[in-house]
Design a protein around this ligand. Sequence first.
Ligand SMILES: Nc1ncnc2c1ncn2[C@@H]1O[C@H](COP(=O)(O)OP(=O)(O)OP(=O)(O)O)[C@@H](O)[C@H]1O
Length: 974
Amino acid sequence: MTTLYSPGTRVWLSDDSQQQWIPAEVSSCTKAGDTLTLVLVDENGKETTVSGSTNLPPLRNPELLETVDDLATLSHLNEPSILHAVQSRYLQRKIYTYSGIVLLAVNPFETVPLYTTEIVQQYIGRTKGELEPHLFAIAEDAYAAMVLDGKGQTIIVSGESGAGKTESAKLVMRFIAAPKSPSVNSDANAFVDGASLVEQQIQATNPILEGFGNAKTTRNDNSSRFGKYIQLLFDTNRHIVGARVRTYLLERSRVTYQTHTERNYHIFYQLCRGLPAGDLDALGLSADLSQFHYLNQGGPSTTELNDREKFRAMRDALKIVGIGPDKQKSIFELLSAVLHLGNIAVSHARTEAVIEDDDPSMSRAMQFLGVNAADFKKWTIKKQISTRSDKIVTALTPVQAVGVRDSLARFVYACLFEWLVNAVNESFTGKYGDATTRAETHIGVLDIYGFEHFEKNSFEQFCINYANEKLQHEFNTYVFKLAQEEYRQEKISWTFIDFDDNQPAIDLIEGKLGILALLDEESRLQLGTDASFLAKLNTQLDKPANKDVFISPKFANAAFTIAHYALQVTYSADGFLEKNRDTVPDEHLALLTSSSNAFLREVLDTALHRTAEVVETPPPDGVMSKIPDPGRTGIAGRGGSVKKPTLGSIFKGSLGTLMEMLRMTNVHYIRCLKPNDHKRAWEFIPSQVLAQLRAAGVLETIRISTAGYPTRWTFEEFARRYYMLIHWRDGPPLIKREQFKRLCVLVCQKMALDKTQYQMGETKIFLRIGVLAKLEHVRSIKINAVQFLQTNMRRLIAIRKYRRYQKSVIGIQSHWRGALARRAFREIRDKARADVEAAEAQKAALAAERNAEKFPSRSDKSDKGSEKGSPGKTRIRRMFSFGSKDRPEQGVPSPSPEPVPTRRPRNRLEAATKRLSRSWHDPENSPRRKAPDTLSPHVSSPQRTASPSKFSTPIYEQFMNRKPAWNSSTNLNH
Ligand SMILES: Nc1ncnc2c1ncn2[C@@H]1O[C@H](COP(=O)(O)OP(=O)(O)OP(=O)(O)O)[C@@H](O)[C@H]1O
């Protein structure tokens, strides 16, 4: 424990006030008995002291792992680390992250360029993990698995309302149905805009199912109020031959009641706004929605234009699935009947319900339903109770009568929805109606409501959470199965570690004496009420055996609590019985089934009597489909009984069928997450996402994974990353010889890992939770040390190299300057000599002339004397006999055309040149530093002022003032 929290360890500090986690570091750790006292320093330098033996701050992952694309590879699998990884990725516009076999998809709430044809092509043929996490990777994985062994596949898309399930499911189906060749369509948006034939058929179902099954809710303007399973059917060549849709638990209560912020099903608004005035009149409808009780309870609607456009799209879609104008008219009549039913006024005379005979809404509704109004009225305000010997008719209260009226409206609507789903399925059966029998295998996409937990939870939440409980159980089993399969393949010894199985919660709900059974029992009792149901729950279920899953209220409120796998949810028992019974009285059912409206009879027949096996016409050869049917909710439940089953039992049956089917397929999981409630793009509210991660079972799954060996690396991956942890003489040679497994063993030994902390499989090393983080920690210490050494060695080498260069450059500069100065000097000297000689010659000529004038007869003699050396000529020559200051005149050699300079003058010249050169090297006297007028050496330099005064001043100055021939910028010394 102490080593886990050694100074420098990164942890997450809980900030309860902000409901978030803050990154912090351990600055000191002291141990007293079992208790650790940690001093933590957060990002802002604030110190916090935490102590305890358990419940210490969760550990933070090494930076390397913080934004991994698979959460299962995190070394520390705790809530803050998972949340941080998902959040960091989302803020980098990476909306998809793997969590083991699950893909987490965070809703971007804006169009993202992730679904173009190019991206579709990129994912085709690639295995999961090769590219960035994506819906397409999951779809391709499913497709590849289906092609490989022909086994059916299911992709479960779940998440809370508005998280993006429907959008994701649509994209997945488009990917699966998309042409698998890049040449088919090169337009970047073709994947989104264009569609294959099967795609078009599947897409046509969207406006229909969304129109009749979606509604505006507080959480989503286009919320699906039913679960659906769409199967894409493939033949032996793995070509799509058709599709099949199954729906689950349509929220019927919405037909008759909506809160003020929500709406009824879209179709009612579309109908009232989209139909021409004449047709509206014929149906007794109006574009004024406030006239209808079933529409005026709800809140603001979407725009009129939107409803009208959607209505047009829906009529087109109906045509595509084979529902022509006549059938459409019949559908609209049933819909208007539902709206008129809601407007039937129920008054009271004393306590009894009364409906006026001439109620116009009743007349219209019955006209469209093809039912006698008087019969309807009778069985709406009265009920018949059958006893063993007799039948007793009793009057209903207005509230009860309204309940009966509304139940009829809901029943008709639910049957119509069933009929539509059936019609859509018929359109999918291919040209000869044999798609399901031709199909060899399938990929199904289940778009199902996620776990729900509101302030007030009712029967709908109970059913939804029950479904999620079942799905979670399947998921747990699947994850364990997969894990065990891998352990078996890798031949590692593994004892099954027990985990918090949610079977007790499922048993509590669907067991023989479970909540559903008790609810059904109470629903069938004439005098059953919500209170009596709750009392039954408490007496039957509040037992020690159920203490972990069932909690009865401490105070006498009409509620009960179930501890689900995700969290505890308290359900209000109010309305449970009515919603569970949710069916029409027998008398009303009889009226409807004997209706004069042929279409209504067809609708009821489809909804009540059809079973899964007769969804399409069986082929003449009687061959049945090989594709398992995920079940139909039906109105009658399984088996086609006309006996009125309860909603709870229907749902239980269809869930059972669905689970059976899931077990027959490979399952792939997509969990959609909603980052905020305001539908704002790229806004991430951690607490909200954390609640969904919990509800989606992500943390539970991770907990299960952590029970085993969550980290699995191939020997090669592991060896290449951690070879540096063993001696440098061992690591690289083993890598070179590809002895990866041996290297892994050496690493584990060197790190003194306990044998329980790892296992060597056939191809992989399996590590317990936290081991990888430890290895990473040591690796980063080593790398830091190596980097420190490398940095300093590199610096040292660079400095030495620089100094060597500098010395060489200075040497070259000195030599060049010397050479140039010498050359300059020679030029000046030669010129001076030539000048002197010319002057001497001139003088001699002059002297000769003068002598000739003075002594004209001795002209020859004087000429000879001047040739030998006149006194003037000798003086000038002495002037340039450098360094011969005290030399007697007699010793002056006779001038020669190329005078050979004696050694001494040359030394003096070199000395002068060197001095000059030094003056350029000397930064103080550098020509670059001094103003040009101070450069004159004989003025500024003391050496120069002390230079021999006998130098011919003009020549000396000419030499010294001569500018260097090289560019001053070549002076590398500076
Ligand atoms: N991949 C995506 N890209 C862009 N926007 C998206 C994406 N997924 C979802 N959305 C946005 O989120 C909204 C809600 O999505 P969707 O209807 O799929 O949610 P849902 O989970 O099916 O909700 P419900 O359970 O209520 O039906 C969409 O209308 C769309 O605006």
